[in-house]
Design a protein around this ligand. Structure first.
Ligand code: CAA
Length: 269
């Protein structure tokens, strides 16, 4: 999702640094940005020159130290508490004291991320939806220590990016994934229990509920590892067995069938 966020920020006019651990991941991200902007050029919503200047505002790096002058950081690393707290600790060392450190986490506690820094007042959740250039929502999550100033800054930035910011408290899965993931999990249970085929489950939800994607297709789009990680956060954080991940989801993740990004999930790509 980091590339989508970088694209939207650069399109708004910001100078962006896209940081990742490996150059190949950065190249993949830049390729996705190029492809996404090209859609708009093809549809004559953007000129070729505008596309090039947007891309020109995005610098990429594999060194987190290059964020030393960043005024605002949006972290979008893997959905793993250990990895995220380590990154927040490092960002706290690298960036100026006044820099806001936002997380695009889909379920992890903002208070915990804040506690990994010496500036929990500047730590906040800024949860974008995929595909970021298309989806209007930013779910804004205040941790127990997040200041009013940080919150106002994030709301203002979200609006500048052309998004609608909606507030939510720091509770496992926030609102989006507390509601979405049980639906996806239930669809996986329906497949597991042979209630219907994958096409039928998705078709019923698309045609019957007017969802743009069926839940299994959406799970592949989100990433099955991400879905499992979110369900585990809900299960552990809320202590309710209704959030127990379907064994079929676990089996697919164990097999490395993670959805679109690996070429196989509930569907083949
Ligand atoms: N970049 C830019 N534009 C894109 C794009 C991308 N990556 N993907 C699609 N679009 C644009 C297309 O250009 C097209 O624009 P116009 O209608 O203005 O011409 C529009 O989106 C529709 O695209 P398509 O016609 O190609 O395909 P579609 O109608 O099937 O829509 C979709 C694709 C927007 C992804 C739609 O299927 C959808 O809304 N799916 C559900 C997405 C969703 O639920 N996202 C949230 C996931 S949960 C999450 O992200 C958070 C989490 O924590 C797990």
């Amino acid at each position: 999702m980091g590339n989508g966020i970088a694209q939207v920020a650069a399109r708004t006019g910001y100078e962006v640094i896209l940081s990742d651990v490996k150059d190949e991941f950065l190249q993949r991200g830049l390729k996705a940005i190029d492809k996404s902007l090209q859609r708009d050029v093809d549809k004559q919503r953007l000129t070729g020159d505008e596309k090039q200047s947007i891309i020109g505002r995005i610098n990429s790096t594999t060194s987190l130290e290059d964020l030393s002058k960043a005024a605002f950081v949006i972290e979008a690393v893997t959905e793993d508490l250990g990895v995220k707290t380590e990154i927040f600790g490092r960002l706290d060392q690298i960036t100026p004291r006044e820099t806001i450190l936002a997380s695009n986490t889909s379920s992890i506690s903002i208070a915990r991320l804040g506690a990994a820094t010496r500036r929990p007042d500047k730590v906040i959740g800024m949860h974008f939806m995929n595909p970021v250039p298309v989806m209007k929502l930013v779910e804004v999550i205040r941790g127990i220590a997040t200041s009013d100033e940080t919150y106002e800054g994030v709301r203002a930035l979200s609006e500048k990016l052309g998004k609608t910011a909606l507030d939510c408290n720091d509770s496992p899965g926030f609102v989006s994934n507390r509601v979405l993931l049980p639906m996806i999990n239930e669809a996986i249970f329906a497949l597991y229990e042979s209630v219907a085929t994958r096409e039928s489950i998705d078709g019923i939800m698309k045609l019957g509920m007017n969802h743009p994607m069926g839940p299994l297709e959406l799970a592949d789009f989100i990433g099955l590892d991400v879905c499992l990680a979110i369900l585990n956060v809900l299960y552990d954080g809320l202590g309710d067995p209704k959030y127990r991940a379907c064994p079929l989801l676990k089996r697919y993740v164990d097999a490395g069938w993670l959805g679109r990004k690996t070429g196989r999930g509930f569907y083949e790509y």
